[in-house]
Design a protein around this ligand. Structure first.
Ligand code: SAH
Length: 347
């Protein structure tokens, strides 16, 4: 805490106010916003500002930037996993290349308190939520370091985005603002384990982002076993919130379903899910569960995945099986872990 303003966490409107309060003209804020999104790390690099203004900014504000602690490139695909350091906290981001462009998967919290039974991200609990600047910096630094243009951002790394609601909303606002990275809302996905109260809050924002909901089970008996959040909001409450969200935003919801051997991959689970989702504007993404050393999760066999897929398809549900990327560098879903000290824990 040095009393300086975390300037990269300010939305364009807040930045404008910050400048007017310093007695500077508002248009300067647009210049600075644009510099920040070019990835400058020091006010001195903002060469079209007077030296006096650069000094004033230096005294009143700071530019949060991560250190790159590790960079791992997959031998199987071109997936790159970054370990970023922010002031003693270490989080992971993953760069994935698809035919439609480059996607970066970012972390929203250092750790997680949701404690899903199959996921590595909450093994050490929650340390703290990330600031908007720290989420933005993961996107910016990944783009600059890799030299790849980032067209899509997914909030599916470490943490529960809706458990860091205000910062995530500010981050989305900054990320989509003209004059900055200017990423279209439709190029952003946010994944939640199902914090129903926050899904309603998000619904009122009427954003065009894609909401992904980690469902992983068709009923309370199965879901409560693997996701503690189900004790607070059960499957019916969650699905009702999803239906309301679709009605209010007109956006299709994507349900994630990690297939875990013998837990949620039985044909009757597929049939029950198919019945519950029938007629809903949704898409189901099946993910053969990724194995996490400390969690007793076994991946479903290919035959079971195929059978599950076929049952859902027969129910008229749009369903895909997610391609696993970066499995050799533990960069796949649920394999990202919070590192309390760089070099410990993850790989
Ligand atoms: N907290 C958010 C986002 C982070 S997890 C959420 O729960 O949605 C990103 C996705 O990976 C989620 O769908 C999560 O359930 C899934 N996931 C976690 N562990 C996994 C594992 N071992 N195998 C496959 N997917 C997993």
């Amino acid at each position: 805490m040095n009393g300086k303003t975390d300037i990269k966490s300010l939305t364009p409107e807040e930045l404008k106010t910050f400048f007017t309060q310093m007695g500077e003209p508002a248009f300067r804020s647009r210049q600075v916003f644009s510099w920040l999104h070019k990835g400058v790390t020091k006010f001195d690099q903002m060469t079209d500002l007077s030296i006096a203004l650069r000094e004033k900014l230096e005294n009143n504000a700071e530019i949060i930037c991560p250190t790159i602690e590790k960079r791992l490139v997959s031998d199987i695909d071109n997936t790159v996993k970054y370990l970023y350091g922010f002031n003693g906290e270490y989080v992971e981001s993953v760069l994935m290349s698809y035919h439609h462009g480059n996607t970066v998967c970012i972390s929203t919290q250092a750790g997680c308190r949701m404690n899903c039974a199959f996921c590595a991200s909450s093994l050490k609990g929650l340390s703290r939520s990330l600031a908007p600047s720290e989420m933005l910096s993961q996107v910016l630094t990944t783009q600059l370091d890799s030299g790849e243009h980032i067209s899509n951002v997914v909030l599916m790394g470490i943490g529960e985005p809706l458990d860091n609601y205000d910062n995530v909303l500010a981050f989305l606002h900054i990320l989509t603002a003209p004059g900055g990275m200017n990423i279209g809302q439709r190029h952003i996905s946010l994944s939640t384990c199902g914090l129903v109260d926050r899904i309603y809050d998000l619904m009122r924002e009427k954003l065009q982002i894609t909401l992904s909901v980690s469902l992983h089970a068709p009923n309370d008996a199965v879901r409560s076993k693997i996701m503690p959040v189900n004790q607070k909001w059960n499957v019916d409450e969650l699905l009702k919130a999803c239906r309301d969200y679709i009605d209010a935003t007109g956006r299709r919801i994507s349900f994630e379903y990690a297939l875990i051997d013998g837990i949620n991959d039985m044909p009757e689970c597929a049939r029950e899910l198919g019945t519950k989702l029938r007629g809903m504007l949704c898409h189901v993404n099946l993910i053969p569960a990724n194995e996490v050393m400390e969690r007793s999760v076994k991946k479903s066999t290919d035959a079971k995945v195929k059978h599950f897929f076929d049952i859902l398809s027969d129910c008229g549900i749009t369903v895909t099986v997610r391609r696993t990327l970066g499995s050799d560098i533990n960069a796949s879903c649920g394999q990202l872990r919070y590192n309390q000290a760089a070099g410990q824990g993850g790989n």
